[in-house]
Design a binder for this molecule. Structure first.
Ligand SMILES: C[S@@+](CC[C@H](N)C(=O)[O-])C[C@H]1O[C@@H](n2cnc3c(N)ncnc32)[C@H](O)[C@@H]1O
Ligand SMILES: [Zn+2]
Length: 406
C-alpha cells in the first residue's frame, strides 16, 4: 500500500512549461488562469466551457456545505477534469473546507495546461494531478486505499461508462455529483440510445427535462446498488445543455434496496397533464386522455429541503457569479420538495385554445384552493403543483372567462 499519492502511476507534477499552443488569460471566480486562445471551444486542443461556470459554482457550494455539515475537511476526486479549472477554483475559494483534490484527464494538452496553472497559482500542495484513463486510475486509487468524500463526475455526454468505477474509491458516507450532457438521448430525440445507455425510455413532452434527470438518477442508483450503496438525490438541476444531480451515498445494503425500490415509471395524461410517478413494475393507469409512459426512472424526491436550505444559507456569504441563478434553483428545491406534479402554461393554453392568464393569477387561484404551487426552473413557463390536472383545466377556463368579463 502506498501512503504518498504521488507514487501512484500517472502522477503528473506541477510544471512551469506552457505547451506549444497560443494563450490567453481567463478569469473565473476567485482565480485568473492561462488557457488556449481558441475561436471555438469545441475545436480547441483543450476543453474549457465558460457556460459551465454555473456547474462549477454548484460544485463549490455543495462541497462547502458537505464539509460543514459533516465537520470534516473533505478530499475531492475529479476524474474528468479537463484543464482543472474546477479544482483550481475549489482549492483557492474553498481552501478551509477542502484538504486535497485529485484531478485527472487523459488529454495531453489539457494535462499540460492544468500542470502549468497549478504551478503558477502555487496550488501543488492541495491539488494532485494525474494523466490516466479515468476508470483505471479510480480503481488503482481504490486498491491503494485512497478514499474521497466528494466526487464530481463531469463527462462529455453520458456519465454511464464511468459511474461503476467511482464507488470503490468513495468513503462509506460521501457525496457524488453527476452531470449528463447528452440531452438529445435523455429528452427523447434518440429513445433507443437513451434505453441503451440509461436503461429506460424517455418522453419528449412538456416535462422532458425532468424525465431526463429522473432517468439519469435511476441509472446511477442502479449502478450504486450493484456495489451495495444506497443513494439519495439532494439537489437536481436541468439547465443550459445538461442535467446535474448531487447525491448522498451510503455504503449499506438496506439503503441500496430502499433506493432501488423507488425506481418505477411516470404516467402522464396527454389531455390534463396529470403525472403519476409509481414505483415498481409498469402498470395500467387511467385518466381523461392517452397515457404516455417513461422509465424505468426515479419516482422519488429530486430535492432534499434541508440540504437546499443549507446551500442557500452558504450561498449568501459567497461571491459566485451565478448566485442569482443558483438562488432560483435552490428556491425550487426548498419549496417544491415532495411536489411531483408538473404543468406547462403554454401546453395547457394551447389545449384549451385560450390565451393563458399570468402565472401570478393561476398560482393565487391554486393556493386559494388549498394546493401548493411552485415555479419550476426546468423549463420556462411551467410550475409544480399537487392540484389534479382536470381541476387545473377547469380553474384556467374559469379564470379566462372572468378576465373576459372584466
Ligand atoms: C466535459 S470535459 C471536463 C470539464 C471539466 N470538468 C471542467 O469543469 O471544465 C471532459 C473531459 O474528460 C476527458 N476524458 C474523456 N474520457 C476520458 C477517460 N476515459 N479518461 C480520462 N479523461 C477522459 C476529456 O479529455 C475532457 O477533458
Ligand atoms: Zn387526464
Amino acid at each position: 500500500m502506498m501512503n504518498d499519492i504521488r507514487e501512484v502511476r500517472g502522477y503528473y507534477p506541477p510544471d512551469d512549461e506552457w505547451p506549444d499552443v497560443s494563450a490567453k488569460m481567463i478569469k473565473e471566480g476567485g482565480i485568473e488562469f492561462k488557457m488556449v486562445d481558441a475561436e471555438n471551444i469545441y475545436d480547441a486542443p483543450a476543453f474549457f466551457n465558460p457556460v459551465m461556470v454555473l456547474n462549477r459554482d454548484l460544485a463549490i457550494l455543495f462541497a462547502e456545505v458537505y464539509s460543514q455539515k459533516n465537520e470534516v475537511e473533505i478530499r475531492v476526486f475529479e476524474p474528468l477534469a479537463g484543464i482543472g479549472i474546477r479544482a483550481l477554483r475549489m482549492a483557492k475559494e474553498s481552501s478551509e473546507f477542502i484538504s486535497e483534490i485529485v484531478i485527472n484527464d487523459f488529454g495531453e494538452i489539457s494535462s499540460k495546461i492544468a500542470a502549468y496553472n497549478i504551478k503558477k497559482l502555487a496550488l501543488g500542495e492541495k491539488i494532485y494531478q494525474f494523466r490516466r484513463e479515468a476508470r483505471s486510475l479510480s480503481l488503482d486509487l481504490s486498491e491503494q486505499r485512497f478514499r474521497y468524500h466528494y466526487i464530481d463526475l463531469d463527462p462529455f455526454g453520458p456519465p454511464t461508462p464511468f459511474i461503476d468505477s467511482m464507488w470503490p474509491v468513495m468513503h462509506r458516507r460521501s457525496m457524488i455529483a453527476v452531470t449528463a450532457t447528452d440531452m438529445q438521448a435523455l429528452c427523447g430525440v434518440y429513445p433507443k440510445a437513451c434505453n441503451r445507455k440509461y436503461g429506460g425510455f424517455p418522453l419528449n413532452n412538456h416535462h422532458t427535462h425532468e424525465t431526463a434527470a429522473r432517468l439519469m438518477i435511476a441509472s446511477v442508483v442502479r449502478s450504486a446498488a450493484r456495489f451495495d450503496r444506497g443513494l439519495k438525490p439532494i439537489f437536481t438541476s436541468a439547465v443550459d445543455h445538461y442535467t446535474k444531480v448531487f447525491f448522498l451515498s451510503f455504503q449499506q445494503k438496506g439503503a441500496a434496496n430502499n433506493a432501488v425500490e423507488i425506481i418505477g415509471y411516470s404516467y402522464t395524461c396527454d389531455n390534463c397533464s396529470q403525472i403519476k410517478y409509481i414505483a415498481g413494475d409498469r402498470r395500467y393507469v387511467d385518466c381523461c386522455g392517452n397515457i404516455e409512459i417513461a422509465g424505468p426512472l426515479w419516482t422519488g424526491d429530486l430535492f432534499d429541503k434541508e440540504w437546499c436550505e443549507l446551500a442557500m444559507k452558504q450561498l449568501q456569504i459567497k461571491d459566485l457569479s451565478s448566485k442569482r441563478r443558483i438562488e432560483k434553483l435552490l428556491l425550487e428545491g426548498i419549496d417544491a420538495s415532495g411536489l411531483p406534479g408538473y404543468f406547462s402554461m403554454d401546453v395547457i393554453g394551447r389545449r384549451l385554445h385560450v390565451t393563458q392568464p399570468s402565472f401570478k393569477r393561476i398560482s393565487e387561484q391554486i393556493i386559494s384552493r388549498g394546493y401548493r404551487c411552485v415555479k419550476t426552473r426546468f423549463t420556462n413557463n411551467s410550475f409544480r403543483s399537487d392540484i389534479p390536472g382536470v381541476e387545473l383545466m377547469e380553474l384556467i377556463k374559469n379564470l379566462v372567462q372572468e378576465l373576459k368579463e372584466i
